[in-house]
Design a binder for this molecule. Structure first.
Ligand code: E4P
Length: 219
């Protein structure tokens, strides 16, 4: 499963990119607003930090404006993935951009039917919002399973399931078990994936015993 950082925080992205653990970055207008930097320059800087797809979202609601914005975004770098809302205009723009060999991420997906349409529109990624469904008392992981099943029923679909709106490590594990192709998560969730109390306690015990030997590995 690919792991994407869901942030526009450049420092966090640089640190994660250096770890070799992330395969791309996703942003949305809310995340960019938090960065306090101009949108196009922050996207350009992010695109330099990672080789994989960097999702940058259009803000127009109508096809013509989406396409004009997409032109600006995709000119930033070859790894820009144009993020489009799951609307009829967004899907129309998705079809056109896919036909022009531009990567696309169709966002704000809450049903398997929406995901079906995104695949028919040739989206590179579909982003089901797991956490936001949980927030209203539904089961976001069920949606991931349903989309996986629909896509597996039709092997000609090329769209990758990108689990989004993941709030914690349990969501990440559930996304992997549900067969998501990729998952995007905040940097703190990526860092927390290494955490386990027994890992910490085990390491402390090993180091204590090692110190008692008085030995060193390095000369
Ligand atoms: C990513 O593409 C989404 O925009 C993001 O995961 C949404 O997360 P949120 O529901 O926590 O805002």
């Amino acid at each position: 499963m690919k792991i994407f950082a869901d942030t526009a925080d450049l420092d966090a992205i640089k640190t994660l990119a250096a770890s070799g653990l992330i395969d791309g970055v996703t942003t949305n207008p809310t995340l960019v607003a938090k960065s306090d930097k101009p949108f196009l320059s922050v996207i350009a800087e992010i695109a330099e930090c990672v080789d994989g797809p960097v999702s940058a979202e259009v803000t127009g609601l109508e096809y013509d404006q989406m396409m004009r914005e997409a032109e600006v975004l995709r000119a930033i770098a070859p790894n820009i993935c144009v993020k489009l809302p799951l609307t009829l205009d967004g899907l129309r723009a998705c079809r056109r951009l896919t036909d022009e060999a531009c990567q696309t991420n169709v966002t704000l997906c809450f049903t398997a039917n929406q995901a079906l349409l995104a695949a028919k529109a040739g989206a590179t990624f579909i982003s089901p919002f797991v956490g936001r469904l949980d927030d209203i008392g539904l089961d976001g992981v069920d949606l991931l399973r349903d989309i996986r099943q629909v896509y597996d029923n039709y092997p000609r679909f090329q769209t990758q399931v990108l689990a989004a709106s993941l709030r914690g490590t349990n969501h990440v594990q559930a996304a992997a078990l549900a067969g998501a192709d990729a998952a995007t998560m905040p940097p703190q969730v990526i860092r927390a994936l290494t955490d386990h109390p027994l890992t910490k306690a085990g390491l402390a015990g090993f180091l204590k015993d090692w110190a008692a030997t008085g030995q060193t590995i390095l000369p």
